[in-house]
Design a protein around this ligand. Structure first.
Ligand code: SAH
Ligand code: SF4
Ligand code: F3S
Length: 490
């Protein structure tokens, strides 16, 4: 039997499940093992240092951890300062124009460093590298960049560095599509000792009309559940307490594998001993099944917190964005979630000033915030991205008006976030202590179930532990609290 009475897979029955259901097994699946590639990687980085500047989402942050892992296996050590590094890499984001503007500015300032250190290698990777216009601009105006590679071939970095040692020309190695299947056993130097990211799915098939991600990250591909579980078991052994499962649409996990879905994966991960918290991002409102809601509700290890990007409160705008749901359908989903998980915390993403958005349509977004009462929202002004369908839509809203809308929306959400936080004063929350606060070494920094930042005083030994905290003060962006003595029943 590969599924229990509730239809879920047991962690020890994964092979049997694959055999019973014709889902690919590790042997059948196209899988490149990085360990095989690594055999050819020399120790070219011995005595040298590297510096990676990362822009963009958690996926890029995690790619940086992977590339750091590869570089350190080559002998490179992290440089304290970018100016001292022998290898400087920009891991870029293309989602909005301002993310790109920063990179162009910074790349320009690197030119003089080459004169000081002729052996310096400069690289550019990530989502910008997948854009033709970006590569053309590098060719013409930034020939001091040595290597350019994309999101699909992060694993070839060591060989590109080797080639750069022998080449005076910029090396462009950007793939149009990913290797079929996935690359496994990638090395990682993780940024944090308590919380870890785990890729479960790459790419995106949704093609929302404003978004460049499907073009830069390619088609949706899921990792095999066996590979995901194995990585998480190792993390548990290394003492990690919290993991975040990463994908652009985690709800679609498994669609390309067959007979395994995101709820099944959560169920499997919840069986890994030692991991106390399982987070995931991003959950698109598409394909948010009752089975998934039920799985989140049933497991204490899965926090009652969902980041559920809505983008707009207007059904007409949502249609033009090709989001695949109406305002009513989104609110119905929120309702289904809240019925099953009454204390759920929700956050969202919003785009204001989508082409042709009227004042009334903008007001519908404001009213949606008031209706849902999110704990927080990431809000953006629409940024036209070359090659995306929305750039062809008529847009008569001025930039000044768009900025004004963003400002007005943020005022509303800040008030709601503050009010939501105030409701927590006097309550006891379970928090995971991450480490010391970045601004005050006397203060510990923790995250609540709903991912709220909590500051508290306490002994350093508490780092990495789940602790009960009584909230004493609420701000818009964080909470203050006092740790209850351990063992106190709540
Ligand atoms: N896969 C996630 C979103 C990833 S991109 C999802 O669908 O929920 C993160 C956020 O960037 C999006 O939710 C959206 O709010 C914002 N974004 C994407 N493209 C944008 C654009 N062209 N202009 C402004 N914001 C954009
Ligand atoms: Fe972009 Fe839409 Fe895919 Fe999210 S679901 S990454 S917004 S295309
Ligand atoms: Fe940016 Fe690419 Fe992530 S465009 S948001 S780094 S997937």
């Amino acid at each position: 039997m590969s599924a229990n009475n509730e239809g879920f897979i047991h962690i020890d029955d994964l092979d049997q499940h694959a055999a019973d259901t014709h889902r690919p097994t590790i042997a059948e699946r196209q899988r490149v093992d990085y360990r095989e590639i690594a055999k050819e990687v020399g120790r070219l980085g011995e005595g040298k240092s590297y510096f990676i500047r990362t822009h963009g989402c958690q996926m890029n942050e995690h790619d940086t951890e992977i590339m750091s892992g590869m570089l350190e296996e080559m002998g490179y050590r992290p440089a304290k300062d970018m100016l001292d590094a022998d290898f400087i890499l920009y891991n870029t984001c293309a989602v909005r124009e301002n993310a790109e503007v920063k990179v162009w500015g910074n790349l320009g300032t690197l030119k003089p460093l080459k004169a000081k250190n002729p052996n310096l290698i400069i690289g550019l990777c990530g989502c910008m590298a997948q854009e033709d216009v970006v590569r053309e601009r590098i060719r013409v105006t930034h020939p001091h960049v040595d290597i350019v590679f994309g999101t699909h071939n992060v694993h070839v970095l060591p060989s590109l560095i080797e080639q750069a040692h022998h080449s005076k020309e910029t090396i462009f190695d950007v793939w149009d599509a990913a290797h079929e299947g996935t690359i496994e056993n990638l090395p990682k130097v993780r940024k944090d000792d308590v919380r870890a990211w785990v890729n479960i799915q790459y790419g995106c098939n949704k093609f929302c009309t404003y978004c460049i991600v499907p073009f830069t990250r390619g088609e949706e591909r899921s990792r095999l559940p066996e590979d995901v579980v194995e990585e998480i078991k190792q993390l548990a052994e290394e003492g990690y307490k919290e993991i975040t499962l990463l994908g652009q649409n985690v709800n679609d996990y498994g669609l390309d594998l067959g007979n395994v879905d995101f709820a099944d994966l959560l169920e499997l991960v919840a069986q890994v001993e030692g991991i106390e918290r399982i987070r995931f991002t991003t959950s698109n409102p598409w394909n948010f099944t009752d089975k998934l809601i039920d799985t989140i509700a049933r497991h204490k290890k899965i926090p009652n917190y969902i980041h559920l990007p809505v983008q707009s409160g207007s059904s007409q705008v949502l249609r033009r964005m090709k989001r695949g749901y109406t305002r009513e359908e989104y609110l119905d989903l929120v309702n289904r979630i809240r019925t099953r998980i009454p204390d759920v915390a929700l956050t969202t993403d919003i785009i204001v000033g989508f082409p042709g958005e009227t004042e009334e349509q903008f007001q519908e977004t404001v009213s949606l915030l008031e209706e849902v009462r999110y704990e927080g929202a990431y809000t953006f002004v629409y940024s036209p991205r070359a090659g995306t369908p929305a750039t062809r839509l008529q847009d008569d809203v001025t930039e000044a008006e768009k900025k004004q809308r963003l400002y007005r929306l943020n005022e509303v959400q800040d008030r709601i976030s503050f009010e939501q936080n105030q409701k927590l004063v006097g309550q006891v929350l379970e928090v995971l202590i991450d480490g010391k606060s970045k601004t005050n070494a006397e203060v510990l920094q923790a995250r609540s179930e709903s991912n709220k930042l909590v500051h508290l005083t306490g002994a350093d030994e508490l780092v990495g532990q789940l602790v009960h905290v009584k909230i004493t003060e609420a701000k818009t962006w964080y909470l203050r609290g006092e740790a209850l003595p351990q063992g106190v029943q709540v």
